[in-house]
Each structure stands twice: as structure tokens, then as C-alpha cells.
Design a protein around this ligand. Sequence first.
Ligand code: UD1
Length: 339
Amino acid sequence: MRVLLTGGAGYIGSHTAVELAGAAHEVVVFDDLSATSAVAVERIRELAAADVPFVKIDVTDREAVAAAIADTGPFDAIIHLAARKAIGESVAKPLEYYFNNINSTLVMLEMLSRFDIPTFLFSGTGTVYSEQADLPFVETSRTSIDLPNPYSKSKRICEEIMRDYSLTEPDKRLIGLRYFNPIGAHPSGRIGEDPHGIPNNLMPIVARVGSGKLPQVSIFGRDYDTDDGTALRDYIHVVDLARGHLAAIEHARPGLEFFNLGTGRPSSVLELIAAFEAASGIHIPTVDAPRRPGDVQATYCLPDKAAEKLGWRAELDVVQACRDYWRWQENNPGGYDGN
Ligand code: UD1
């Protein structure tokens, strides 16, 4: 298939580009490079051993996108990953988050109709499930629009936009993916997560402590109702996640479907840190800290629908993910641009 991948130079996008190319799909990357680097595109080409075309573009700009598709198409599928994704920032800049995440999705859906593209994948989040929903989350679990931040709400709104669009275009194959917590990196150590500024997520913080850039990991809450008192998350290796996209475009059917992409095997904060220590051989000092505002005790999914309908399951475990994340971090201590 010829695939248009928006956000294809980002963390999930770069791994998805490499997996697509590895499965003999042709990929064209659209990205504004606002949260990544042109070096990521060079690394994708290196790993794909192909000249993956790249267009630097803001995908909220409808006419620019139409012109770029006219130039680089035709396409069999759009995988739309381009979005603002920092939860904390979304609270401070709600308009920026709604504008970017919703308009880009509107534009890309319009392109499906305008350019007769049959398949569309949307990158959503497991945070759309209501806090009241029972664990593990299945695709029919209650979702909410009353979510704690504009990022999650923007993703939930896009799901509803896809639902309405699907009613007008029933032959289109639309899939909403709901990601759990991506970690890890490509086993080559050439591409990985490159958070700009101070990271908020557990994995990049642990890796920075591993490399001595931060002194210790604060454990946000040891009084949760879990085996070791720390919160549970469904950490998924980014290469598994990328392969989920591949399975989704290959098995998409007319209509709209949502799929959880997670492992179904939750790890606690302490378990993730222990996995990193086992993978790297480095001791990670920790300090107990209060719960982080807005955090929930546990989120994890049942990924069986993706197994049944897409033939996909996560295969890599958290130790492997930590090993790969650490290799990426050691080989690229300053990220792509060495900062
Ligand atoms: C966050 C996002 C979520 C996103 C996910 C991507 C929020 C509210 N949610 O989820 O939308 O999909 O990242 O991976 O930000 N922790 C510590 N110490 C730290 C950092 C984190 O103990 O220094 C704990 C947190 O309290 C949490 C767990 O580690 O229990 C995971 O945190 P994090 O990696 O930030 O992910 P989420 O909060 O699950």
C-alpha cells in the first residue's frame, strides 16, 4: 500500500514508518518537525533502506495539504498521528491543543473524500475511558468527554467526528487506535523518543536518572491499592505499537472500529524501575513523593479485539523495552540534535 503518515517523524511515527517500509509498504511522511528533528527522517530512511519521501508541512493547513497530496499521492491509506500531546501543556494552552488536534483531523478526513483514499487510522489514547469504567478497559467500556485535560478531550472529540463522518462515507475504512503507555525504542538504537525540555513521563525520567542527568526518580504515590502501593500502567513497546498500525491498515474493514493497543499486562512504577535496572545493570535511586495530581491508580486494557480482528498482539516485554530505550539513550544522549 502507499501510506501517508502524518506525524511520521515523531516517536510513534518514526517507528511506524520503519515497520511499514519493512513490510514493503510505501510511506510518505508529512510532519512540521515542531516536536522532532529532520535527523529522525534521515534515520527512518537509513533503517528503511529506502528514500522515504518527506514533506515539511502543517497538516491543519487544508490547501497546503491538498497540494502536497496532489504532488505525492495517490494513497491507499492515511495514518494520522500528527498532534500536540503534552498533557500539562494542554491545560495551559487549551486553544492550541483543540485547534491543532481537531483541525488536523478534520483536514485529513476531508482528504479521504477529496482524493478517494479508502483507509484512515487515527491515533487516540486509552485516557478516553471514564475513570468509572471497570478494568481492564475493553473497547466498549464507558468513555467520557468529562476528561481531566484538553489533550484527552481533543482526542475524544476526534473520535466522535470520525463517527459522524463514517455515517456519510460508509465505504471508508476508519480505525481509531487507543494507545496505552508507549515505551522502548527501535532495537537498532537509531530512533527513539526525543522529548524536548523536561520530560514528564516515567520512562524518559528513569532513563535520565540512569545516565546521571537527574539524581533520582520521585515515586508519585506509594499508597495506592495495588500490590506494592504504586500505580499500574499498561506499558507497550513502541515497536509493538508500530506493528499494530501495520495490522490495522492491512485488516481495516468498511465502517468505524476502535481498538486498544496495549499489552494487557500492567506494571507498577516500581516494577518498571526494576525492569530498567535489570536491562541496564544500573541502580536507580528513588524517593517517595505525594501522588501526582490527576493521576489514576491503574489503567490497562484487554487487547483481545485487536488480536481477533487485526491478528495483532504485543510480543515484547518491559525488560526488552527498557533495554531498547536505554540503548537509544546511550547512543544519543542529547537526542537527535545532540542538545
Ligand atoms: C501519561 C499521560 C497519558 C499518555 C501517557 C503516555 C497524564 C495524566 N497522562 O500517562 O495521556 O498517554 O502518559 O505515556 O499525564 N510517575 C512517577 N514518577 C515520575 C513520573 C511518573 O512515579 O517521575 C508515575 C506516575 O504517577 C504514573 C506512572 O509513573 O503512575 C506513569 O506515569 P507517566 O509515564 O507520566 O504516564 P501516565 O501518567 O500513565
